[in-house]
Design a protein around this ligand. Sequence first.
Ligand code: AMP
Length: 285
Amino acid sequence: MKIVKEIEALKSVLNHVRGTFPSIGLVPTMGALHQGHLALIRAAKSQSDYVVVSIFVNPIQFNQVKDFENYPNTLEFDLELLKKEMVDLVFIPSTKEIYPKQVGLSLSFPNFDNMLEGKFRPGHFNGVGIVVAKLLHLVQPDLAFFGQKDLQQAYVINLLVEGLSFGVKIVVVPTVREEDGLAFSSRNLRLGLAERKIAPKLYETLSLAKKRLLHKKTWQEVKRTLTKELEGIDSLKLEYFELVRLPDFVIVQHCAADAEFALCIAAHLGDIRLIDNEIIGFHPE
Ligand code: AMP
C-alpha cells in the first residue's frame, strides 16, 4: 500500500497507474475509520481496479472551530485497517498541501444551502464541494464512493459533478449501523457513556416514523408524537426532523405514493452532533 502526502507524488504515481489499471476508484474520508468507511472501500474494491483512499480533515467544511479541533485522529489504526483491506494508495495531504493559499471562490447550491445541513451548518456544502472538487481533479477517478449516511452531501456532490461535467460516476453506499441501530460515525468515538446509550434513539425514531408513514399515518401526527418523545430525553437536543422529497430535498408535509422521500434527523447529544436518515420508497443496490 502506497502512502502519499504530496500532490506531485500523487500525480506521478497515478500517471503510471492510469496506463496499467482500467479504472480508479476514490473514497474520500476524514479518517477515524469505521465499518461505514470500510463498506465504501469494499464497494470501491469490487467496482474498480485501483483504489485510492484519501484522509483529510477539511477545515473549511466545519462551521464550529471546536468541532474541527476535536475531530478524532486515529491515523496509525486507520493505516492498519487500510492495509488489511488491500487499498492501493492512501493520500494524506496536509492542510497546506490542499490549501496553499485561501480559496478565493465559493460554491453555492441554492436548493441545499438553506435546507437541513445547509441551514444548520452555514458554509458546510461550500467547504465539502471545494474539497471534493479538488480531490476529484487531483485523483481523476472513474468512480467515487460516498455514504448514504450523509445523504444531502451525496446529492450535493452529484449536483456538482453533473453540473460541471466532471465525468466521474458517483456511487452511494447504504448506511452501515452498529448492532443497536446507531449509524457508524467518527464522532461516535466522542460520545460519553450516557449519550452513547441514548444515541440509537435517532434511528429508532426514523424507523418508527417510516413504519407509521407506510401504515398511512399522517406526517404531522408522526412528527408531533415522535418529536415529543425525543424532547422528553435529557441531554438530547433535537435540531431537525423532516420529511423531504428526493431528489430535490424540498421539505414536504406528506408522502405521495409515486415518489421517493427521505426522513432526515439531526440532534445534539451533549457536545456531539449526530445526523441520520432513512429513505422511503428507494432501494439502493
Ligand atoms: P467522513 O470521514 O465522516 O467524512 O465520511 C467519509 C465517507 O464515509 C462519507 O461519504 C460518508 O457519508 C461515509 N460514511 C460515514 N459513515 C458512514 C456509515 N455509517 N455508513 C456508510 N457510509 C458512511
